[in-house]
Design a protein around this ligand. Sequence first.
Ligand code: ADP
Ligand code: ADP
Length: 219
Amino acid sequence: MLVAANLTRTYRNGTTALRQVSAEFPPGSITVIVGGSGCGKSTLLRLLGGLDRPDTGEVLFDGQPIHQPHPAIGIVFQEPRLMPWLTNSGNVEFGLSNLPRAARRERAAAALTRLRLDGLGARWPKELSGGQAQRVAIARALVAEPSVLLLDEPFSALDSFTRSSLHNHLLDLWRDSGLTLVLVTHDLDEALVLADRILVMKPGPGQIAARFDVSLDRP
Ligand code: ADP
Ligand code: ADP
């Protein structure tokens, strides 16, 4: 299980973006973190993903402290952040290390298929729609088969049709995989569609104001 234990993070300019934040992310749960701009959501997600370190407190994965990116934890950002000099398949393969080329290719192809991107592996990121590019980014995050997927405003740059199609797609992936999802958004509709638990952050920033169990009956 992924656990945030008493995290405090003060940036060099004096902004305290998190104040003693604790939360648990049980296996298979979908937690959505909501709150306005600047309340500390991205900071929390970066700490959970080992991209930044807390000043005090710890992020624990299965009881072990996380100090750097961990293979069991994948991350997707608001912008797909694909490398334009690599094909789509090359971008997905980038999520794998220490595997022979052929095995990387095969794993990347399977990940692209899972995201319904068959046939686009040999093409380039600039040829993709926004929704497709974000699906490549999700494939890259999932190719190493993490047990936790962190998503920071993953759909907010997309039009509403593409967004709701990706909501369904993400829920399909989640159903098939038992992934633990942690998603940051400022879109309350998105939170209600996806979450089984919602953490609301205070403006201020840096603290959790409320926690809700949504316990959806999903089809
Ligand atoms: P959110 O994701 O909710 O918009 P952030 O975690 O990005 O919030 O930011 C929380 C607060 O910390 C904001 O006041 C923001 O300006 C500040 N902040 C975020 N990253 C940095 C940074 N690298 N250096 C200084 N301040 C930062
Ligand atoms: P988001 O839209 O995910 O909340 P932001 O636009 O707040 O992200 O931040 C984008 C990037 O800029 C992040 O890496 C964040 O750490 C950094 N950042 C945000 N606010 C500040 C700040 N006040 N000073 C320096 N870096 C910042």
